[in-house]
Design a protein around this ligand. Structure first.
Ligand SMILES: CC(C)(COP(=O)(O)OP(=O)(O)OC[C@H]1O[C@@H](n2cnc3c(N)ncnc32)[C@H](O)[C@@H]1OP(=O)(O)O)[C@@H](O)C(=O)NCCC(=O)NCCS
Length: 155
């Protein structure tokens, strides 16, 4: 799958992928109430554009029609923010391809470390990429208890 930088026309696909990933993949590890709290509904396009504008880079993996099927986000300080794949393309190596582009950029920037707050599925993914779990984070979203893992990788 080709990988390119996010463009504003990807915003509706970003929202579709995020919501579908939470309910189609996150549901393996999180309860229906937790998934509903994580993504109650697809985000509005304006909200996505404002969110993406604050990122250093957002890459999308696209299908043959140049429609985004997954994305990964890098903050300037080496924090990995959103990382979501459409359930139809999850588990096919596209996540690893997206991550490889991000890590390459991080190295180009001279970053010493990457960090992420990883869901259960993402924890398994990032362990395979050489990340180390620093600790479990328990918190509430929309008054529902949920958790993820603080992870880091030294570059
Ligand atoms: C995290 C994510 C981007 C990883 O991408 P990926 O390329 O699918 O990664 P992997 O193939 O290494 O799979 C990671 C885990 O995702 C889950 N997964 C992968 N493909 C799946 C599919 N088609 N259906 C359901 N779950 C799937 C599995 O739990 C897998 O772990 P396992 O192989 O140990 O069972 C992707 O799983 C995703 O979008 N998850 C939902 C959203 C999410 O949790 N984002 C991260 C927020 S920090």
């Amino acid at each position: 799958m080709p990988i390119r930088l996010f463009e504003p026309r990807d915003a509706a696909d970003w929202a579709r992928i995020f919501h579908a990933a939470v309910h189609g993949i996150g549901a393996r590890d999180y309860s229906p109430a937790q998934c509903a709290a994580w993504s109650p509904s697809p985000a509005p396009v304006e909200g996505v554009l404002a969110h993406v504008a604050a990122k250093h880079r957002v890459w999308v993996a696209t299908d043959a029609g140049d429609v985004a099927q997954g994305f990964i986000e890098l903050d300037r300080d080496g924090h990995i923010d959103c990382f979501y794949l459409a359930p139809e393309v999850a588990g096919t190596g596209i996540g690893a391809a997206l991550y490889a582009v991000l890590e390459g950029e991080a190295c180009q920037m001279g970053l010493a470390k990457l960090s992420v707050e990883a869901s259960e599925a993402a924890r398994r993914f990032f362990l395979r990429q050489g990340f180390v779990v620093q600790g479990r984070r328990d918190f509430e979203r929309h008054r529902v208890a949920i958790h993820n893992y603080a992870m880091t990788k030294t570059l």
